[in-house]
Write a protein that binds this ligand. Structure first.
Ligand code: HEM
Length: 452
């Protein structure tokens, strides 16, 4: 019997978990639309300039797609938690409270961006006060996580450690990212830049912990191998990941005058992170006794594509973390390729694996009926993403060469045009691929569940 097809239990929180899922998908859809507008503004600067200028589309796009990542992970957790402990979530009303806080905060942020109220910093450019409400929304989530699971960390699998760390560090890093509001920090440029990048770099680690934990849970369920994520090796890699979360932000601060050894340590640590997940997935694949049987499984396929992106991004991350190379790549589209390659290729693929795992458990027949559609969406997204990623690398290299030749900005822009066009057009195809996945999810959720 295929363990993925079992749907023997349902819990009161499943309904709200589905709502979180739809909310996550809505963030993604809206975020993608803004990404497309931003892309067209690259090649056609006057495009929608009066209503949504690039100064608005970029931060809104980034906010929405990052919120997709957090919310999709949260939707998964609300669905998985009761199944892990075989009891309902601790505080059901808290889940609803979280949902309404999250929805209201997002609406306020979107309105602020459209009205031109900024005031925040990179990735969190909305007015700083809103940050406090984001944090507030996470309180019921954290309560439900810890009180539902009541984890015994001596015996807990590594994904529970991963989730716990992700939640804890979200509180720490979001608070840290607002330290610039205090004079002691913003009066000193070096301290300010260092703390800011430390906070944001570690925040990336915090969402990675949530996403990787989710992917590991799904892997365990698909393979049925409960020993995999309880092994000493899995924990060794977890602690290496934790070191990364705490210290790998260093490579963001190469431009800040600091002692050379800091750069060396940051560099060495930066190298390990993607290797960790690559190793875990690789191991998992080897451990699948019935790999062929699972080949046609949608979550398996998405995890495998995530695996490919881990290796591609690993190569890029190694390159741009070399201090001498970082000097050239910093501030070019190579950094954007690194950010989007990781958030689309790795995070989004792994999260869709979790999304399809959830809805497949709920609606196995409807998922089976949409398999071909989903397969098409996965292929389109990944092929287009490769072109998209290469176009960003290409425009980054064009900028480096142009800078070396001391060419004026106008010449650089002219030379970059073909890369920008490739970026925008392939971005539209990435959108089409992801839209097919989004539409499939919504259609499967909507389909009436047949009795199992
Ligand atoms: C799941 C889908 C996506 C995710 C997770 C994502 C994520 C991101 C992130 C994290 C950044 C910030 C990059 C940085 O800090 O350097 C970014 C920037 C951007 N993205 Fe996306 N993105 C997605 C899809 C798209 C698509 C389909 C387009 C269409 C062309 C697009 C267009 C842009 C643009 C124009 C920027 C601004 C780049 C700049 O700073 O010049 N994105 N995206």
């Amino acid at each position: 019997m295929n363990p993925e097809k079992l749907n023997t239990e349902s819990y009161p929180s499943d309904k709200i978990a589905r709502k979180f899922l739809v909310l996550a998908i809505s963030y993604l859809l809206l975020g993608l639309l803004l990404g497309i507008i931003g892309g067209f503004q690259y090649i056609l600067p006057p495009f929608l300039k009066d209503n949504v200028s690039f100064q608005k589309t970029r931060p809104l796009h980034v906010y929405l797609v990052l919120t997709w990542i957090f919310t999709a992970a949260q939707a998964g957790l609300y669905y998985y938690l009761p199944r892990i402990v075989n009891r309902p979530v601790y505080w059901l009303r808290g889940v609803w409270l979280h949902f309404f806080l999250q929805l209201s905060v997002s609406l306020v942020i979107i309105i602020c961006f459209f009205l031109g109220y900024f005031g925040g910093r990179e990735y969190l450019e909305f007015p700083p006060l809103i940050g406090a409400f984001i944090l507030l929304g996470w309180v019921p989530f954290a309560i439900n996580f810890f009180f539902t699971l009541k984890p015994n960390y001596k015996t807990a699998p590594v994904y529970i450690w991963s989730w716990s760390t992700g939640i804890l560090f979200f509180f720490i890093t979001l608070s840290e990212s607002y330290l610039w509001l205090i004079g002691h920090f913003n009066n000193n440029v070096v301290r300010d830049v260092t703390v800011q990048w430390k906070a944001l770099g570690s925040m990336v680690g915090s969402w990675n912990m949530l996403v990787y934990g989710t992917a590991m849970y799904v892997m365990e369920k698909i393979s049925g191998d409960v020993k995999l994520f309880r092994s000493p090796l899995a924990f060794f890699f977890y602690f290496l990941g934790l070191t990364n979360l705490m210290f790998n932000w260093g490579h963001h601060t190469y431009i800040v005058p600091a002692a050379p050894w800091v750069k060396t340590v940051a560099y060495i640590i930066s190298m390990t992170e993607l290797l960790i997940l690559g190793h875990i997935i690789w191991n998992w694949r080897k451990s699948l006794a019935a790999a062929k049987r699972n080949y046609h499984s949608i979550p398996y396929r998405l995890l495998s594509f995530g695996d490919v992106w881990i290796f591609l991004n690993l190569i890029l991350a190694i390159a741009i973390s070399v201090p001498a190379w970082n000097f050239y790549t910093h501030g070019t589209h190579i950094t954007v390729a690194h950010a989007m390659g990781a958030t689309i290729g790795i995070n989004t693929m792994l999260l869709f694996a979790s999304v399809f795992y959830m809805i497949q458990k709920e609606n196995p027949d409807a998922t089976e009926n949409r398999k071909r559609m989903v397969g098409t969406g996965i292929i389109i997204t990944n092929i287009a993403l490769l072109v998209f990623w290469i176009s960003l690398l290409g425009s980054g290299v064009a900028k480096i060469i142009s800078k070396q030749n001391n060419e004026p900005f106008y010449t650089l822009m002219q030379k970059s045009q073909s890369w920008f066009k490739l970026f925008t057009y392939s971005g539209v195809i990435v959108f089409i691929g992801l839209f097919i996945l989004i539409a499939s999810v919504l259609l499967i959720i909507r389909a009436r569940r047949r009795p199992t």
